[in-house]
Design a protein around this ligand. Structure first.
Ligand code: NZQ
Ligand code: ZN
Length: 394
């Protein structure tokens, strides 16, 4: 193993911590752009509490509401224009991953010269952002880990491509993570978030380099914690203990710690992003369909790793370290878990048919590919492999 690790985000975690927002944000300036989604924070009172905390601390606010799920480039441009014209010093993202991602790119857009899409993966002559306004994230949904990482995922509706940017300047300065804010998340979105956070660690578990035993254990810890506490949060959204454990798992799953040293690509994510770009489905729902299908495809090339997953996550007895039947059973059990939470596991459940399979495959490798045009992962996969994986999930 050889790697460097740095995560500069200051974390404030625990029920009731929303009240610290004003104090935390005031360290970055006198005026905040408050970025929110399509209305949940207005309806459940979180917005008023956030505004009150900011104003009490002497932080004036401008607002950019209406960030849609799978946030659009045009929304980022709109928010950046407000931040500029209002002279904001800091951006506060109050919402799910979509709101946080849009807010991070708005923060960079304030200083970025030229077309914002040039910062996204898959662009020739890509120019990463190097400067951004300070961002404070306040997640209201446990899922993406965006609150404590330097990544953002944006959709260009003109081209129907969803791509990502990751840069040191995009790390939030602070993350205020108050699990009480997630109590109003409905069961389906709660389940999608659980699938998302589990998939963040299965990506590196199955696609990372060999020889990372501690990272394996971290990943397994995240999966087991999410599978224990997730169903409780789905069954009773007001169970703050369950919400707390799920949210901590979602932070750890993608703040870089589990992935350190694994050098892992994210093939399941890359395929899913194409589906949500075309069909606007929830990211976690798309992952619940793609991940088991991808696992069945990949298991044959790395049976011992999938057997380890079966044994350590589901307690399945292995006849040999590479036991293919156990590996297959582990994947079946994982898929059954996702179904038990209410996630879809077939494309047809989301209304997606086979008409655009080739297009999804082309769009996916547009964003990430190796020198032979394949989607990186273990194994690297060709466009026709992607079509086969998706066809198996119809
Ligand atoms: O928009 P509002 O009205 O807030 O409603 C949202 C939205 O409809 C709702 N919601 C959020 N908090 C709520 C709530 N409803 C009730 N009570 C609350 N407390 O949930 C719906 C989904 O919100 P969204 O932000 O879209 O979900 P999520 O957090 O799953 O974010 C998904 C986006 O993040 C990207 C995905 O691709 C997708 O675009 N990702 C970002 C990553 C990152 N930056 O690191 C990594 C991920 O793998 C992912 O790709
Ligand atoms: Zn994800």
């Amino acid at each position: 193993m050889k790697f460097e690790f740095r995560n500069p985000t200051h974390l404030v975690f625990g029920a009731g911590t929303l009240s610290k927002l004003g104090e935390v944000a005031s360290a970055h300036g006198k005026k905040a752009l408050l970025v929110t989604g399509s209305g949940s924070v207005r309806r459940n009172g979180t917005l008023d509490r956030a505004l009150s905390s900011l104003h009490t601390a002497g932080v004036a606010t401008a607002e950019c509401s209406g960030v849609e799920p799978n946030p659009r480039l045009s929304t980022v441009e709109r928010g950046a224009a407000i931040a500029r014209s209002e002279g904001c010093d800091v951006i506060v993202a109050l919402g799910g991953g979509s709101t946080m991602d849009a807010a991070k790119v708005m923060a960079a857009a304030v200083f970025y010269e030229g077309d914002l899409w040039q910062m996204m993966a898959g662009q020739e002559n890509r120019i990463l952002p190097t400067k951004a306004l300070p961002v404070v994230t306040v997640p209201t949904l446990a899922a993406t880990g965006s609150e404590m990482n330097g990544g953002a995922v944006i959709t260009n509706k003109k081209t129907t491509v969803k791509s990502f940017v990751s840069a040191p300047c995009l790390y939030p300065k602070d993350a205020i993570i108050d699990p009480e804010l997630t109590a109003s998340v409905p069961p389906d979105q709660t389940a999608f978030g659980i699938c998302d956070l589990i998939t963040h660690v299965t990506e590196s578990y199955f696609n990372g380099v060999d020889g990372t035993p501690l990272q394996d254990r971290f990943a397994e810890g995240v999966m087991l914690t999410a599978m224990e506490w997730g169903p409780k949060a789905i069954a009773d959204g007001s169970d703050i203990e369950a919400r707390t454990q799920v949210q901590w798992a979602s932070v750890v799953a993608l703040n870089g710690w589990v992935q350190a040293g694994t050098l892992s690509p994210y093939p399941v994510h890359m395929i899913e992003h194409t589906l949500s770009a075309h069909h606007d489905i929830a990211h976690g729902a798309g992952l619940a369909i793609v991940n088991p299908a991808w696992m069945r495809f990949a298991a044959g090339t790395r049976p011992s790793r999938f057997a380890q997953f079966a044994h350590r996550i589901f307690g399945i007895t292995l006849k040999t370290p590479e036991d293919p039947d156990a590996a297959a059973e582990g994947i079946d059990r994982f898929e059954a878990f996702l179904r038990s939470t209410g996630c879809p596991t077939r494309l047809s459940e989301t209304g997606i048919g086979d008409r655009l399979l080739e297009r999804y495959a082309s769009d996916t490798v547009l964003v990430a590919h190796d020198s032979e045009g394949r989607l990186p992962g273990r194994p690297p996969i060709s466009k026709s492999d992607i079509v086969d994986i998706l066809r198996s999930a119809l």
